[in-house]
Write a protein that binds this ligand. Structure first.
Ligand SMILES: Nc1ncnc2c1ncn2[C@@H]1O[C@H](COP(=O)(O)OP(=O)(O)OP(=O)(O)O)[C@@H](O)[C@H]1O
Ligand SMILES: [Mg+2]
Length: 256
């Protein structure tokens, strides 16, 4: 198959990995953080990745989003191979195709919620007016229109994470990669973020979510279990695309 020549066409996996490995250190100190992962993520699909601490989930997510380079194997983002891309082209591809959400939010504390969302739009070359408009729309989408002028310190954890999700959506990324997005949240805020991801899913956003939370995993189309750097199990969850109100939505505690 002409994998290396694949182009960005409809139906092409948004994200594809083959034979992915990432090792740290050497000899006695060698750590095989990711050891032989193959993955295809279809447009609009939500994939949840679960596994014990240290099994390589964050390392894998960083590789998939082009934040880190594999020791071996190949990754295609929106049909484009990352192999051999220089830092500038990789950064541009990342900016144009991937949105990241991290456990620790990573907001700029001295910027308002709106400015945190505007910043990547400005960096992508949008005019100040267009960036402001888009930030307004995205904050509205995550239910925080009335908090736009607040600094992160004045927001709850769940609100901060929703700002971070709005920021990740700048540039209409082909895929959003989230690393334990509810890891720092209490149960109620977790439900807020869970509902937001469910909305994104229903709207057709492709999502890869690393999570310890079975409720998040239950809303995915597919659940992948990871151990010692490799996938050990894959389960297709039939209700995933049916959205909120489906049996799985109810199972995940989305209702009421
Ligand atoms: N920069 C690094 N240098 C050396 N080893 C590393 C580095 N980053 C990660 N590792 C090791 O790689 C393995 C996988 O780490 P990773 O952070 O991907 O795990 P994880 O599944 O995300 O864990 P958690 O659930 O605790 O976040 C671990 O054994 C870790 O110690
Ligand atoms: Mg991790």
């Amino acid at each position: 198959m002409s994998d290396t020549l694949s182009t960005d066409t409809r139906g092409t996996p948004v994200l594809r990995a083959r034979g992915l490995r990432r090792e740290y250190g050497r000899q006695a100190g060698l750590v095989r953080a990711v050891s032989g992962v193959d993955l295809d993520v279809a447009p609009g699909e939500t994939v949840a990745i679960m596994g014990p601490s240290g099994c390589g989930k964050s390392t894998l997510l960083h590789l998939l989003g082009g934040l880190d380079r594999p020791s071996a194997g190949e990754i295609w983002l929106a049909g484009q191979s990352l192999r051999g891309l220089g830092e500038r082209r990789l950064a541009r591809l990342r900016r144009d195709t991937v949105g990241f959400v991290f456990q620790a939010f990573h907001l700029m504390e001295e910027l308002t919620a709106a400015e945190n969302v505007e910043l990547p739009a400005l960096l992508a070359g949008r005019s100040p007016g267009a960036a402001r408009r888009q930030a307004g729309e995205l904050l509205d989408r995550v239910g925080l229109a009335d908090r736009a002028r607040f600094l992160p310190a004045a927001l709850s954890g769940g609100q901060r994470q929703r700002v971070a999700v709005a920021r990740a959506l700048v540039g209409d990324p082909r895929v959003v990669l989230a690393d334990e997005p509810t890891g720092n949240l209490d149960s109620e805020a977790t439900l807020d973020v869970l509902r937001l991801f469910e909305d994104l899913h229903v709207a057709g956003q492709t999502l890869v979510i690393v999570t310890h939370d079975a409720r998040i995993a239950a809303t995915a189309d597919r659940l992948v279990t990871m151990r010692d750097g490799a996938f050990t199990d894959e389960t297709r969850l039939t209700g995933g695309t049916a959205g909120a109100g489906s049996g799985l939505g109810a199972l995940a505690g989305l209702e009421g």
